[in-house]
Ligand binder design. Structure first.
Ligand code: 5CA
Ligand code: ZN
Length: 409
């Protein structure tokens, strides 16, 4: 499917620093050395509701990754999926008595608008689960033929015991895995499974639900984890630089994905770094479509909130932190945007070279956006208090803020 338009990324003088980022699988910082083309896969939305601030925060983190890489003068191959067929989407369509395809298309269209407004750079390949089915079926057949998958009442399950590295991405004990599996789309209590954690690869057609030709698998629809593996391997290949998503994807989604890929290719890990963003809460609980405690990006935009302020509100939090959305967060971001805009609207100001270096340093250091904001705040305060004589410095600041943070001043 098509993605959304890219906003211009101004080129800055010289080159930024290589990205050092936290990898969940090793629980440490890794310095990535992607070569001339960096490869990243970011898990996309399940389009049954509008983009909320939690989604936006997660996509903001990976947009920063792209911007850091672009600033090191690399190309970026960025792939994102849309889980445009899955249980929650079908359930919501049924609840609201609407066609599931229409629901998915409507919410994906709104997501594109939100991403465009927030100046998130688009993926090069934006792939829906439905369009990926012809690539998913042969992978499931290969897993089955390799003895890593088995049938249960027509459904095909992946056997986690077929992967010697199972557990290495999320590093959880079995009890924790079992709990999270039940919470996050798994079915650990289904009788007849070889291991309660085994995830579904292919679900046989159900009465009243959409299904596709699965060749030797029979009619059905794909499981969630194999969807992302098929799309990632097809468009990026094994051993790409980053697989990203919110921290709720570490288990089971990214763990299972790494396992599928391990059995398919004999290699581990699928991604050199597994990068996870913290969860945004509202009223003390994780913002989630299932709980309904949501602040939508589109609602804020409709109310006239400048998307640049929404973006600054996201950037004010380190991507790995769990944080809470409040009115104050937005008020602070609006005030900061006003201060920054006033500061760059003058023709001259304090020198900006150090600021650009500090922003680069901050972002290369595990995407420390709050430190980058603090550096801009310091320059802005100097500009307000004393001004400066460097002609063009405000232009440099404005371009750096745009290129590195995606904020148009
Ligand atoms: N389609 C799958 C991924 S393949 C999915 O998880 N979709 S989603 O719509 O539920 O979530 C999209 C992304 O937003 C995921 O990376 C998820 O971890 C992230 N996300 C969801 N809720 C929050 C939240 N409250 N705070 C931060 N990120 C969130
Ligand atoms: Zn995914």
């Amino acid at each position: 499917m098509h993605a959304w338009p890219a906003s211009e990324v101004p080129a800055l003088p010289d080159k930024g620093r290589d990205l050092r980022i936290h990898d969940t699988a090793t629980d440490g910082l890794v310095t990535l050395d992607p070569g001339p083309v960096a490869r990243i896969y970011v898990c996309g939305i399940t389009p049954y509701d509008a983009t909320h601030i939690g989604h936006a925060a997660t996509y903001n983190a990976f947009d920063l990754v792209q911007r850091v890489w672009l600033d090191t003068k690399r190309q970026v191959h960025y792939v994102q999926n849309v889980t445009d067929v899955d249980d929650p989407l079908l359930e919501r369509a049924q609840r609201d008595d609407i066609d599931w395809v229409a629901l998915a298309e409507k919410e994906t269209a709104l997501f594109r608008e939100d991403m465009t407004a927030l100046r998130m750079l688009p993926p090069r390949h934006y792939i829906g689960a439905v369009e990926a089915i012809p690539g998913i079926v042969p992978l499931v057949e290969r897993l089955r033929d390799a003895g890593a998958a088995y049938e249960l009442e027509g459904d095909i399950y992946f056997s986690v015991e077929s992967d010697p590295n199972f557990g290495k991405v999320s590093r959880l004990d079995v009890a924790a895995m079992r709990l999270l599996s039940a919470e996050r789309g798994g079915d650990p209590d289904r009788p007849g499974k070889k291991n309660p954690l085994d995830p579904m690869l292919w679900m046989a057609a159900r009465e009243g639900e959409p299904s596709w030709d699965g060749g030797s698998l029979g009619r059905g629809r794909p499981g969630w984890h194999i969807e992302c593996v098929a799309i990632a391997l097809d468009h990026l290949g094994m051993g790409f630089d980053i697989q990203g998503g919110g921290s709720d994807l570490a288990f089971p989604h990214h763990e299972m994905g790494a396992s599928h890929a391990q059995v398919l290719t004999g290699e581990f890990p699928m991604a050199k770094a597994y990068v996870h963003a913290g969860m945004v809460a509202l009223h003390g609980e994780k913002m989630s479509k299932s709980k309904g405690n949501l602040v939508f990006v589109s609602t804020l935009r409709r109310e006239g909130v400048d998307p640049a302020a929404i973006r600054l509100a996201l950037l004010a939090h380190h991507y790995r932190a769990d944080w809470e959305w409040t009115d104050q967060v937005l008020q602070d971001a609006l005030a900061r945007l006003d201060r920054w805009r006033a500061a760059v609207s003058r023709p001259d100001g304090p020198p900006a070279e150090t600021l650009v270096a500090q922003m680069r340093e901050a972002l290369a250091n595990d995407l420390d956006a709050p430190a980058a904001l603090a550096a801009v705040d310091r320059w802005t305060a100097l500009q307000q208090e004393r001004g400066g004589t460097d002609e063009g410095a405000p232009g440099v600041v404005s371009r750096a803020v745009d290129a590195l943070l995606g904020v148009a001043l």
